[in-house]
Design a protein around this ligand. Structure first.
Ligand code: AHR
Length: 345
């Protein structure tokens, strides 16, 4: 009996040793290895890239298109995207960036709601060794310490403002109103945002040479349709002599809201009040086809592929440009019907 149990114990030990050897000496191998990510330059990284993106919010048609472009491009590039909607609040964006830092993402990107106040959090990202790409709007840093981020990509807002003013001057001449008083109501974007600051600056730079062009009313409507309508209503109430004959709206959404206010006040948008705005979203093309909007200056939101390309390059240790401008056009009402089917946002 004793002999038999000895033999059994020996047999069991043998079986265990064999089983352990088959399992690789007890070490657990991963069931699946991470998929390599292929960059547009053809390089491959072995681990899944993680990108943290802090978006401004969902304030406009433009922003929705921008968010969709980023989310789709992340999928296309096989990048894991941690996305935060900051609801147009800088403190929410700062909190999101801090959380990306503590999660140890590979790259951080964000569209800064306003220009200033980013130095501390950018320094924290830099100290953590996480590169930051700024998208869409720009930042203004103390001591102009541009090393706190690796790149910025987006629109040239000052140029957009100049384009709008140049289009307006030539249109007013064309309809024979170029020498009379041109009284402009301005709906500004979010106070302190580079989109609002740049568009205003570029526009004013051009009209300063035309003494009959005056901005007689100017207020922020925060880039939203609802506020565009509300502020325009107030402008019109305070304009009993119908002096306002031009509206400059810092985005299409505010222009579309203002159109409703103009109609409600019994005036004709696009005729009594010439309207020029920015973004070139589909809604603006539809309003132009109806004769209610006169021109939209393009601001391209489809930054996703460009951003992902830069992220992959950074992770692969390839150099990227510090400033990347997107190409944009100017669309007057005459081309709206022809262009609308080509619009992607
Ligand atoms: O920063 C880009 C601007 O932000 C767009 O013109 C506007 O529609 C958006 O909200």
């Amino acid at each position: 009996m004793k002999r038999f149990s000895k033999l059994l114990a020996l047999l069991m030990a043998f079986v265990m040793i064999f089983a352990l050897a088959a399992c690789g000496g007890g070490k657990q191998e991963p069931t699946s290895s991470p998929q390599p990510t292929e960059s547009t330059t053809g390089q491959k990284t072995d681990k899944k890239i993680v990108l943290g993106f802090a978006q401004v919010g969902a304030e406009s048609e433009w922003r929705t298109a921008n968010t969709e472009s980023i989310q789709q491009a992340a999928k296309d590039f096989g990048i894991e995207l941690k996305f935060v909607d900051a609801q147009q609040k800088q403190e929410n964006q700062i909190q999101a960036i801090r959380s990306f830092i503590s999660q140890g993402v590979d790259v951080i990107a964000f569209a800064p709601v306003v220009e200033t106040g980013w130095d501390t959090v950018l320094r924290e990202a830099k100290d953590a060794g996480i590169p930051v790409i700024i998208v869409d709007r720009q930042v203004k840093l103390e001591n102009e310490d541009e090393d706190l981020y690796v790149a910025w990509m987006g629109s040239n807002f000052e140029q957009e403002g100049r384009d709008a003013a140049e289009w307006l001057i030539s249109y007013m001449d064309k309809i024979g109103k170029g020498d009379g008083p041109v009284n402009i109501a301005e709906l500004q974007g979010t106070v302190g945002s580079s989109a609002a600051v740049g568009r205003k600056k570029g526009f004013e730079e051009v009209i300063k040479n035309k003494p009959n062009y005056k901005i007689i009313k100017s207020q922020t409507a925060d880039f939203t349709r609802a506020k565009g309508q509300e502020v325009m209503e107030a402008f019109l109430k305070a304009d009993p002599n119908k002096e306002i004959n031009v509206l400059l709206a810092h985005n299409d959404d505010m222009a579309l809201g203002a159109i409703q206010a103009i109609e409600a006040a019994g005036r004709k948008p696009g005729e009594d009040i010439i309207i020029v705005s920015f973004d070139a979203v589909k809604g603006a093309f539809e309003a132009m086809i109806e004769g209610k909007l006169n021109c939209t200056v393009e601001c391209n939101p489809l930054l996703g592929p460009q951003l992902m390309e830069a992220v992959v390059k950074l992770v692969n240790g390839e150099p990227i440009e510090k400033i990347i401008y997107t190409k944009e056009g100017v669309f007057p009402a005459e081309v709206a019907a022809q262009e609308l089917p080509n619009r992607k946002y």
